[in-house]
Design a protein around this ligand. Structure first.
Ligand code: AMP
Length: 314
C-alpha cells in the first residue's frame, strides 16, 4: 500500500500564536508534500523542556500545535501525529547515541552556540539536543527531514550518530537526508522587515476579521509610487502576479483600496481555517494523539528491539 513511499518526519514545537509568515514558511510547504510520503509529525515536547519550565504552558503548547496543523488542513489519517513524550523509545535511543558521539563533536553545533550566545542557559539537555533529534529520526527509519537552512547541521549530526552506531554494531539504522524546502523565502511583516512575533509586525494566521484588518491597515506605505510595495509583497502570497496586475492598475496610487482588497483576500484564506480551529476540541486532539501514539510505537519498537539486541541490552 504505502510501503513504496519514502518516509518523512517533521518535528514541531509551538511558537505560540501563529502568523502568516509561519503559514507560508512552514505549514504550507508541509501541506504541499506530506501525502507523497509516509509522514510523521512529532510534537517535540521533550525538546521544549530545554527552555520551558511551565508545565501548564508545555501541555497547552502540545494541544495548540496539533490544533494548528489540523486547522490548516493536515489530515490525521494521512500522517502519524504523535507526542514525543508518549514514546519512551526516543529517550532510550538518544542515550545510546550520547554514548557514541563525543563532547567536542557536540560542542561544534551552531544552534547550541547561537542559543547560548543569546543568553539561554547552557543546560545539558540543550547540549545533547541533537542526539535526541537523531533518535527521533532514526527510530522511524526516516529517509527525509524537511528543515530550514538553519537546521541543516542537525541532520548532519543525525547522520554522524547513525553512522557511528552502524560502524560500532550492525548496519541497522538508516541515514536520513535533509530536505531544504524552497518555500516562499522570507515573508515580510507590516513594516517590511521579516514578519516575526518579536518585531510586533505580524498578521495573525487565525485572526478575526477585525484583527486582520487592523494589521493590514498598519502596513507601512511610503507616499510615493503607484504600488505600495509592502502591501504588494503580502498580496503576492495569495494571488498570481497576473491576477494582481489589473487590480493594482485599476487602483493605482489608492493605497486604502488596495489594502481593503488585501483584507478580503486574507479573509478568504483565513476564515475557513479560523472556523475549523475553533471546532477542534481537546477531545479531538487527544484522540488524534492516542491514534498517533499507537502507530508511532508500532514502528519505533521494531527499531528499538533491533538496537537492544545489537548493543547487548537484551
Ligand atoms: P518561529 O517560531 O519564528 O521560529 O517560526 C517557525 C517557523 O515558521 C520557522 O522555522 C520558519 O520556517 C517559519 N517562519 C517564521 N517566520 C517567517 C517569515 N517571516 N517568513 C517565512 N517563514 C517564516
Amino acid at each position: 500500500m504505502t510501503n513504496t513511499k519514502k518516509r518523512l518526519l517533521t518535528g514541531l514545537q509551538s511558537s505560540g500564536t501563529l502568523h502568516i509568515g509561519n503559514y507560508f514558511g512552514a505549514l504550507k510547504p508541509f501541506l504541499d508534500i506530506y501525502q507523497d510520503y509516509d509522514s510523521y509529525l512529532m510534537v517535540a515536547d521533550y525538546h521544549s523542556l530545554t527552555s520551558l519550565r511551565d508545565p501548564e504552558e508545555l501541555r497547552k503548547n502540545v494541544y495548540n500545535v496539533v490544533r494548528d496543523y489540523l486547522a490548516v488542513g493536515v489530515d490525521p489519517e494521512q500522517v502519524v501525529i504523535f507526542r514525543q513524550s508518549d514514546n519512551q523509545d526516543h529517550m532510550e535511543l538518544a542515550w545510546v547515541f550520547n554514548c557514541l558521539v563525543t563532547v567536542p563533536f557536540l560542542m561544534q553545533a551552531h544552534s547550541y552556540k547561537d542559543k547560548v550566545a543569546k543568553g539561554l542557559e547552557p543546560n545539558a539537555g540543550l547540549f545533547t539536543y541533537p542526539m535526541l533529534q537523531a533518535a527521533d529520526i532514526a527510530l522511524y527509519d526516516i529517509d527525509v527531514v524537511p528543515v530550514g537552512e538553519d537546521q541543516r547541521q542537525h541532520i548532519e549530526y543525525t547522520r554522524e550518530a547513525v553512522g557511528k552506531f552502524n560502524r560500532a554494531y550492525n548496519d541497522l539504522l538508516r541515514e536520513p537526508e535533509e530536505m531544504i524546502l524552497s518555500g516562499v523565502g522570507v515573508v515580510p511583516g507590516t513594516d517590511g522587515q521579516k514578519m516575526s512575533k518579536s518585531y510586533g509586525n505580524t498578521i495573525p494566521l487565525f485572526g478575526t476579521r477585525e484583527e486582520i484588518k487592523k494589521a493590514v491597515m498598519s502596513i507601512v506605505t511610503d507616499s510615493e509610487g503607484d504600488i505600495p510595495e509592502n502591501v504588494y509583497a503580502i498580496h503576492k502570497l495569495l494571488r498570481t502576479e497576473e491576477e494582481l496586475a489589473p487590480i493594482y492598475n485599476e487602483h493605482k496610487g489608492r493605497y486604502g483600496d488596495l489594502k481593503n482588497i488585501l483584507v478580503e483576500d486574507l479573509e478568504t484564506l483565513i476564515a475557513p481555517m479560523r472556523e475549523k480551529r475553533e471546532s477542534i476540541s481537546d477531545e479531538i486532539v487527544e484522540s488524534v494523539l492516542a491514534a498517533g501514539k499507537k502507530k508511532a510505537q508500532e514502528k519505533s519498537s521494531e527499531t528499538i528491539d533491533k538496537v537492544r539486541k545489537a548493543i547487548g541490552i537484551r
